[in-house]
Design a protein around this ligand. Structure first.
Ligand code: PLP
Length: 373
């Protein structure tokens, strides 16, 4: 047998998958990272119409259709007050591919990427796959990323740092002051800030600001996706934007790895971004209600959990053995160390499910808590 690359040998299948595989089929699954809503009708219909009109028989432009990139630019104007040139947008196969091409295009072998710990699993893996070295930075007590900690972690080898707000797995939202500080760091240290904003629409308290709004240099690359915003994880449609030079380099990776994002998904995404936004508000309100139910339940069983201000995850500190006890009793949650070593002693609970299920799960979690204490 031929050998494997040392880069691929450094990554393993995500710990989240392992948890799912260990759970019984009828378990309550609070491990999932996707909204439990349907994709909005107008987005689904746009894909059907495009298919029926034969608009999906060909590759689109590598960057994606101009109409989709215009809708993305309009979204950034509307929500972020950012002037994005549609030429500086690449539609990707989800936020995942956007992160991949951003890291691949900017990180050289041996260079470091500063990542939040705990943080979304892809940052570490994609850094390894690019031949780089992840440099995890522990979070503050409120589970936000401290700009000062990022600054301290910068060395001559730092290529980039990743900011993710609202965050997976913590639900933490960075303040506008933090986002501005991240932009200043990117400017002053001449390192790239990769800002992952896929949970932008799921904010309950605070406001979403992007480091891109504050940066004076072109050292910010912004990743977003329709996946969480419009309950479109299955469509695989995200995007990345940055300066024309950065986009040109990322396009080199995208062109050879992907050619273009799926055409039906591009038509659906264009409709989702430019059509009615009511479902976004409905989802946010539903998540807020569920979050409150979950937090009350966790508090009642004596578990400490910083109030997640966004996304649809809570990350309480849990006693040893708690995650296994929950899984054995039929509630799937993800151990915090699946997201980095600083996540040890925590668990990620996704509340992207209905309140009745959350209440059932809370009863079981309370039994699990009593069993391990
Ligand atoms: N970024 C974060 C923080 C995520 O949690 C996820 C998915 O869970 C992604 C990016 C990737 O999203 P997508 O499904 O669009 O590839």
């Amino acid at each position: 047998m031929t050998g494997f690359s040392s880069r691929v040998e450094q990554v393993s299948i995500s710990g989240i998958r392992e948890v799912f595989e260990a759970a019984s089929e009828d378990a309550i699954n609070l491990g999932l990272g996707q909204p439990d809503f349907p994709t909005p009708d107008h987005a689904r219909q746009a894909a059907v119409d495009a298919i029926e009109a034969g608009k999906t028989d060909a590759y689109t432009s590598n960057k994606g259709t101009l109409e989709l990139r215009e809708a993305i630019a309009e979204k950034h104007k509307r929500d972020n007050d950012l002037d994005v040139d549609p030429e500086n947008v690449i539609a990707t196969a989800g936020g995942s591919e956007a992160l991949h091409i951003a890291i691949e295009a900017h990180v050289d072998a041996g260079e470091e990427v500063i990542i939040p710990d705990p943080g979304f699993v892809s940052y570490e893996a994609l850094t390894h796959l690019a031949g780089g070295q992840p440099r995890p930075v522990a979070l503050r007590d409120d589970l936000t990323l401290d700009p000062a900690a990022v600054e301290d972690a910068i060395t001559d080898d730092t290529a980039a740092f990743v900011v993710n707000s609202p965050a997976n797995p913590t639900g933490a939202v960075q303040s506008p002051a933090d986002m501005e500080a991240f932009a200043r760091i990117a400017d002053e240290y001449d390192v790239l800030c990769i800002t992952d904003e896929v949970y932008e629409y799921q904010i309950f308290e605070g406001e979403h600001r992007s480091p891109m709004e504050f940066a004076d240099s072109d050292n910010v690359v912004l990743v977003n996706a329709c996946s969480k915003a419009y309950s479109m994880t299955g469509w695989r449609l995200g995007w990345v934007t940055g300066s024309s030079e950065r986009v040109e380099r990322m396009l080199r990776v995208h062109q050879y790895a992907q050619a273009c994002a799926s055409a039906p998904a591009q038509y659906a995404a264009e409709a989702a971004l430019s059509g009615p936004q009511d479902q976004v508000d409905e989802m946010r309100e539903a998540f807020r209600e569920r979050r409150d139910v979950l937090l009350d339940g966790l508090e009642a069983m004596g578990l400490e959990c910083p109030t997640p201000q966004g996304a649809f995850y809570a990350m309480p500190e849990v006693p040893e053995g708690w995650v296994d006890e929950c899984i054995d009793r039929g509630v799937v949650v993800v151990p915090g160390d699946a997201f980095g070593s600083a996540g040890e002693g925590y668990a990620r609970i996704s509340y992207a499910t209905d309140i009745e299920t959350i209440e059932d799960a809370l009863e079981i979690m309370a039994e699990a808590t009593a069993a391990v204490q």
